[in-house]
Design a protein around this ligand. Structure first.
Ligand SMILES: [Zn+2]
Length: 171
């Protein structure tokens, strides 16, 4: 049974492999990821986070103003361009429970990916969606949001996670 991995699990630091083509196996993984992400709950998940080294990302968020829900899966996502403008937003990660930090990233991106029908999609995203995708696509190359922080801050967070997990396991 697939479940969420937490730092410092080494699988979170590995690169996920490109998918040849999206088949029943990949769709099955994506379904499982959606379940785990929605249950957590989280706004995004990369396959590395459940120990599967395939380039799959799931995303779910609700627009605060319009209440519109956005939910989809990206296979082999690739960011092909970044805006000059950068923006600071608070980030957290299901693999780094209870920790949050302000991170600066490009505001808009153009992302390319395969959908579940192997159709190549190219779209420009901004706001929260852009932020979630940049964070999740980082996961696929073994990168975590804490890598953007100083090593001092990063180590404090990692220690706090160990403490949190220890307490959780003792409950
Ligand atoms: Zn994450």
């Amino acid at each position: 049974m697939a479940k969420l991995l937490y730092v410092p699990n080494p699988l979170l630091r590995q690169k996920a492999d490109k998918i040849q083509s999206v088949g029943t196996n990949e769709i099955e993984v994506a379904k499982k990821m959606m379940q785990i992400m929605l249950k957590a709950p989280g706004v995004g998940l990369a396959a590395n986070q459940i120990g599967i080294l395939k380039q799959i990302v799931t995303i779910f968020f609700v627009n605060q103003e319009t209440k519109k829900e956005t939910q989809y899966t990206l296979f082999n996502p690739n960011i092909i361009s970044y805006s000059q403008e950068k923006i600071v937003m608070e980030e957290g990660c299901l693999s780094i429970p209870e920790q949050f930090a302000e991170i600066e990233r490009p505001q808009n991106i153009i992302v390319e990916y395969l959908d579940e029908n192997n159709k190549l999609i190219k779209k420009e995203v901004s706001g929260v969606e852009s932020r979630i995708l940049q964070h999740e696509i980082d996961h696929l190359s073994g990168k975590l949001f804490i890598d953007y922080l100083s090593s001092l801050k990063r180590n404090i967070m990692l220690k706090k996670v160990q403490k949190y997990l220890k307490n959780k396991n003792n409950e």
